[in-house]
Design a protein around this ligand. Sequence first.
Ligand code: CP
Ligand code: NVA
Length: 299
Amino acid sequence: MDNLISIADLSTEEILELFARTKELKKRKKDGEKVIPLLPGKVLGMFFRKPSTRTRISFEVAMFELGGNAIFLSAEEMQLSRGETISDTAKVLSAYLNGILIRTFAQKEVEDFAKYSEIPVINGLSNLYHPCQVLSDYYTISEKKELQDLKLTYIGDGNNVCHSLILGADKLGVKLRVITPEGCQPKKEVVAKVKNKKNLVLSERPEDFIPDSDVIYTDTWVSMGEDNGKEKKLAKFAGYQLNSKLLEKARKDLLVMHCLPAHRGEEITDAVIDGASSIVFEQAANRLHLQKAILATLL
Ligand code: CP
Ligand code: NVA
């Protein structure tokens, strides 16, 4: 594993090794080891073109708790904003840093950074993928349920999180049902990467998949950078909200997930996100432990 650009690039073994490392690092912290110095003197650059709460802060804290350091690089304050090329930037940053985390719009920008960098590149979200989120989410589920043949239902927009869930499910033997309105389906180029096609169902009917779901996952209907045409897009999602009525026929041990930030009252109601089935804050908390495993593996 040289970079973390997409879950498609990881083998099942590599993912399971990350999970084992996450479990160990989480336990050691719980047992009182505040700093586990696996990365002394190492520095992570964190280049962001979009806002972030969880990704930015969990990576920054992860570096501190591994004995290293992190530098936040705001896109507007870099010479990139004045036209310096990605290749020149990547070459220069490779001389200073030991790894770089990138949150941006185009997946190609993450890939270009990886092409010109001599240091590991981590995708902290692009319009196409959100691999760190989804690795952490499958880890969170694995703490509670067997992943093999798990029935996971994603209800919402066929976005970056959905794309990474699709790729992760394929690697981990999860039966994934992706329920989106017409016109909001995941990209064909991502679906085409799935090897075990019988484990992926695409549908427009949320109610058909509620009763047998082990986990139901949702995300915002309008992702960062999509604000143009927001109202028109939101109108497509009537009937797709995770609310008590939709979940009436769900199993008693259903788990509800959301990567956050949530738009309460849109894709999910307060009653569901704050209800007994919700594991969204455990999900968010595990980002820290999974990020550490990624950093310790790559840097
Ligand atoms: N889930 C997630 O990536 O959150 P942030 O946008 O706050 O980083
Ligand atoms: N799909 C969302 C995820 C945020 C973490 C977005 O891209 O805005």
